[in-house]
Design a protein around this ligand. Structure first.
Ligand SMILES: [Zn+2]
Ligand SMILES: [Zn+2]
Length: 296
């Protein structure tokens, strides 16, 4: 057998319809809050369903997909834990928005002023004097216990986790495998989708190298700057480390830039991004698969 085999054993609609009942959610929450697997009667005591026939009925609906039973004790399956995690993330139960707030660091591309806004779980960074913008989803739970002034830092940290997830080859929306290619911005799907006659992406940026990711499962095609995509590359991390700087402590917003990037050749394709610390510069040259071929 060359590949692991996966069999889809239930239709998604059927799985989600299992959850459309308060009693079943109560059972999943009780197991989530318990430190250990529960017996039938312990679980029954933990939820507010007096009729034990009814309790048994709902519990049995959840067993196998969301709840596992072994040695007469019940616990959550990985899918059951994820449902609870999604409830805690607030994606289905809360919504939040905020007035755009100014980012401290100037736009690394043009030196303009940038703002961060948040609406319908989408964080959006915009510059008042160039077209370089960033848009990404952040669940409301990321901002729990966060003062307004800390929001840009927290949003940046969240964006860093997305960058690392993509660098490791996983989609951050569906966990599917992700492929990447480096190309000119004018060759990316994002360019075609932007209406350049109507305040779309500035044509000066058409030759800027970008990384286009594609999720092989859900089809999402996010585009990122080369600097952004290289933030966790070993050469970059050690360049900062050698100068006494932990790159994880740096504001992630400084890496949302198109300024120090260029396509160097087409055959073979080479593009570069430059990082600067205390006046020292590191230029990283990559091929069209984002493999580092040279550093200067
Ligand atoms: Zn700008
Ligand atoms: Zn995906």
């Amino acid at each position: 057998m060359d590949h692991p085999q996966f069999v889809e054993h239930t239709e998604p609609e059927a799985v989600f319809s299992l959850l459309s009942d308060d009693n079943r959610i109560a059972i999943l929450r009780a197991l989530w809050y318990s430190d250990e697997p529960l017996t039938f009667s312990e679980l029954h005591d933990a939820v507010d369903i007096t009729d034990s026939g009814q309790f048994n009925y709902h519990l049995n609906k959840l067993v196998s997909q969301f709840v596992a039973k072994s040695d007469d004790r019940y616990t959550l399956t990985a899918a059951g834990a994820r449902v609870n995690g999604a409830i805690d993330a607030g994606s289905y139960t809360t919504s939040g928005s905020m007035e755009p707030m100014a980012l401290e660091a100037a736009c690394p591309t043009c030196g303009g002023n940038r703002t961060l806004g948040y609406e319908d779980e989408v964080a959006r960074v915009e510059c008042d004097s160039c077209d370089v913008a960033a848009e990404f989803t952040v669940p409301p739970s990321a901002f729990v216990n966060c003062e307004r002034g800390e929001i840009p830092t927290v949003a940046g940290q969240y964006l860093r986790t997305i960058a690392e997830r993509l660098a490791n080859g996983f989609c951050w929306q569906c966990d599917g495998p992700v492929e990447q290619r480096v190309c000119r911005l004018s060759e990316a799907a994002m360019w075609e989708e932007s209406d350049s006659d109507d305040g779309g992406i500035d044509s000066d940026l058409s030759d800027t190298p970008v990384v286009e990711y594609e999720c092989l499962q859900c089809g999402m095609k996010p585009t990122a700057g080369l600097t952004f995509a290289l933030v966790s590359a070993p050469a970059v991390v050690s360049f900062y480390h050698d100068r006494g700087v932990d790159i994880r402590d740096q504001s992630f917003w400084q890496f949302a830039t198109f300024s120090d990037e260029q396509v160097r050749s087409d055959d073979p394709f080479r593009a570069s991004a430059t990082f600067t610390v205390d006046g020292d510069q590191l230029t990283v040259v990559v091929d069209d698969n984002l493999a580092v071929v040279e550093t200067e």
